[in-house]
Design a protein around this ligand. Sequence first.
Ligand code: AMP
Ligand code: MN
Ligand code: MN
Ligand code: MN
Length: 274
Amino acid sequence: MDLHTHSCASDGELSPEKLVELAAKNAVTLMALTDHDTMLGTPAAMRAAAAHGIRMVTGVEITCEWGRRNIHVVGLNLDPVADGLADFLAGICRMRDERGHRMDEAFARLGIKGAYEGALAHTRNPMNLSRTHFAKWLFESGHVETYQQAFDRYLANGRPCAIRADWPHLTTVVDRIRAAGGVAVLAHPGRYTFEASWMNDELLKAFKAAGGAAIEVASGSQSEAANAHYAEAARRLGFLASTGSDFHSFSGCRPQPGRQPQVPAGLTGVWTLF
Ligand code: AMP
Ligand code: MN
Ligand code: MN
Ligand code: MN
């Protein structure tokens, strides 16, 4: 099972078809494609899943804001043509593009020219410009020695070219997912760092109050300790459990589709809803 994956419709490396093929090779039987703020890859992923005998539920990973932090909420099993959903996602993607121009200006002030065009050339979906694409361009054009250095020097939160965008609020995003008939899942809760650790618990409570139903307790993009901590939190707070690799590319540090830790016994899976 893998309910969190990316394709080149956002900042993943593989086409939806190749991603599904890889999942099939890894014996995944239930999966979701959860690109950042877009469902452009959904039709191709659905067709490929049918061809490989994989059960595919629709998905998206929406960027939002809570507690002055970027939070990722995965929507699963939502209707891609639900009223207003495509426009809502397109609005976020436009904001990504506008942020890209402001990042370009920030790079130019540091003497680095052509960042927007460079990043855009690394996208496969030009309407889904990500910091990942800027990092790839910085690395391949020799402005940094490693891909990670692009984040450490320029792009990580708090660094000079990490321009803030006006992401929708957490509650808006949960509402949108539910209005489209979907279930809202808090992605990789172990990856949000607040000034005070009690804020992490507050986030879970705010997510629950907003109508969030599940949290990722077995994710390829958080530590084993975080997985154990949030499995316990799911029990304590009555969340359903979700799991996903958060696979982006072979060169990334995330496990391949389906190779993430799986949900521990004693929790109810979010997949029981679909
Ligand atoms: P965006 O949604 O465009 O703001 O970009 C987020 C992407 O950048 C995600 O795929 C993250 O994995 C990646 N990212 C964010 N912060 C870092 C960091 N400090 N180091 C490496 N990758 C990061
Ligand atoms: Mn990503
Ligand atoms: Mn994420
Ligand atoms: Mn993700």
